[in-house]
Design a protein. Structure first.
Length: 326
């Protein structure tokens, strides 16, 4: 059964505050709808809300987000929207179009579009071509970036990817960065080596880094440990050897009633004392509880490291998800 569907978009932070929005799509079977409310625990910024909807019909999936902020007239008003459309072209190719809209002053205006073609070939080969365009100050559409990715399997447990990023320089698209990634799988351990082959971009990119991800099953869930080693050390700069720069630990447990608890901790190098090991910079605790077979409620608390070395509560998020609405 078709129905009018309320469709959502992406969460953004402007000037330290969360902003959001709402859009409508006609005649799309609605598969799921999630409403997420954000609260700044310090009270410095206003609360926000994000509405996410996924719908699918005839090989076409639309995932949208609407970011909303409090209205001066009460309630919420749309601030920004993102729409991601995925189309299965054939058995070996997928087309993905992502659109960004602004909704200030009540007007929904398209300002950025990403168009992506994904293809698979023999031997698990994959290719991705992505073009990103935006509106300039005169209201004309201009291509800002083009990404090209090629992935091949060189062994049963090894995949190699080369990515080239083209950007606008003096009015023309030219290569500004090129990366090479080699992924090795060793049982539950995945190691990804990432090497920067070319960089003409402004800003820093690590010359070489290695990311190790280990997933370990537990009695009631699993743990994930991800370590990133880099030749760039914050507070030092380029370093001749690989140095542990970040560690991301995730622990998930599932209860018999299908409720879950997830804890994520991020540790990073202290730029002020880079050789003193890692320090915890953020902590996220998330609890999800099913309400019947079609509804789920979630609660999330986010802590960030402050200037005093403490991890105060910064964001509180409450989520309601409904699945299978027709």
């Amino acid at each position: 059964m078709n129905r009018v569907t309320q469709i959502p978009v992406t969460c953004v932070v402007l000037l330290g505050g969360l902003v959001c929005g709402t859009v409508w799509a006609q005649n799309q079977p609605q598969l799921s709808r999630t409403v997420t409310e954000f609260h700044d625990a310090s009270g410095v910024t206003s609360p926000g809300r994000v509405i996410e909807t996924r719908s699918q019909e005839n090989g076409r999936m639309v995932a949208t987000q609407v970011v909303e902020a409090p209205s001066i007239n009460g309630g919420y008003q749309s601030i920004s929207e993102t729409e991601r459309e995925t189309i299965q072209v054939d058995a070996n190719s997928v087309r993905v179009v992502q659109r960004w809209f602004s909704s200030w002053a009540g007007e929904r205006q398209l300002f950025k579009v990403s168009e992506e073609e994904r293809r698979t070939g023999p031997g698990e080969a994959e290719s991705v071509a992505r073009t990103i365009s935006s509106v300039d100050a005169d209201g004309n559409w201009q291509v800002q970036e083009r990404d090209i990715e090629e992935t091949v399997s060189t062994a049963p447990d090894t995949r190699e990817t080369r990515k080239t990023v083209l950007g606008v320089v003096a009015g023309s698209l030219v290569p500004i960065q090129q990366f090479e990634e080699i992924e090795h799988r060793k049982g539950d351990l995945v190691e990804v080596q990432r090497r920067l082959l070319l960089s003409n971009a402004i800003g820093y990119a690590p010359v070489f880094e290695v990311r190790e991800t280990l997933v370990t099953p537990t009695k009631n869930g699993q743990t994930t440990e991800e370590k990133t080693y880099s030749t760039y050390v914050p507070g030092v700069g380029s370093y001749g050897q690989l140095h542990l720069a970040q560690q991301h630990d995730v622990s998930t447990t599932t209860a018999p009633d299908r409720s879950t608890r997830t804890e994520q901790q991020v540790q990073q190098v202290n730029p002020g004392n880079p050789w003193d090991g890692l320090r915890t910079t953020s902590l996220m605790i998330q609890v999800s509880e099913p309400l019947g077979s079609l509804r789920t409620e979630g609660h999330e608390e986010v802590h960030f490291l402050d200037v005093n070395g403490d991890l105060p509560l910064v964001w509180v998020t409450d989520t309601q998800e409904t699945i299978g609405i027709h």
